[in-house]
Design a protein around this ligand. Structure first.
Ligand code: 4NP
Length: 158
């Protein structure tokens, strides 16, 4: 059965496209082809827009091509389409949960850093006002969190 995972941030041009691309790369390396990943933003600021140039640069450094990304807004129907919804920070986590209609829908939502540090409720800092270093920091956090997500998926497979 296909598993569907959605990464969500505010603008869908920095953190969530990066999280999506990192996870896709890691799954490909493990030949896991039964997981689908997408990303979205809770805001409508960058619908149809490309990833931030700093996101693209950061990806390039790590062998990831983000040039084809286009922004889209999170929608209520995403609860029906996805099995897991990872929020990048607590504000977006709250915004997503606001749209949940059932307990089962609410249970699909988690902060991505809770995979790395369970129960810590930490946020991936918004790098929008930052520089290259901040994007690199975000990349490292997401890379570690995605390692854990892949480990979990591998266990499910068994
Ligand atoms: P993201 O970063 O949520 O990680 O994509 C941001 C991108 C754009 C804005 C804020 C955060 N903005 O205000 O336009």
């Amino acid at each position: 059965m296909t598993k569907k995972i959605l990464m969500v941030c505010l603008g869908n041009i920095c953190r969530s496209p990066m999280a999506k691309a990192i996870l896709i790369k890691k799954l490909k390396e493990k030949s896991i082809d039964w997981v689908e990943i997408d990303s979205a933003g809770t805001s409508d600021y960058h619908i149809g827009g490309k990833a931030d140039h700093r996101t693209i640069e950061s990806g390039k450094k790590h062998g990831i091509d983000l040039s084809s990304h286009r922004g889209r807004q999170f929608e209520r129907e995403d609860f029906e389409k996805f099995d897991l919804i990872y929020a990048m920070d607590s504000e977006n986590h709250a915004n997503i949960l606001y749209h949940a209609r059932t307990e089962d829908e609410a249970k699909k939502v988690n902060l991505i850093l809770n995979e790395l540090n369970p129960g810590s409720n930490q946020s991936v800092p918004d790098p929008w006002f930052g520089g290259e270093k901040d994007f690199e920091k975000v990349f490292t956090m997401l890379d570690k969190a995605c390692d854990i997500i892949v480990q979990k998926i591998q266990k499910e497979e068994k």
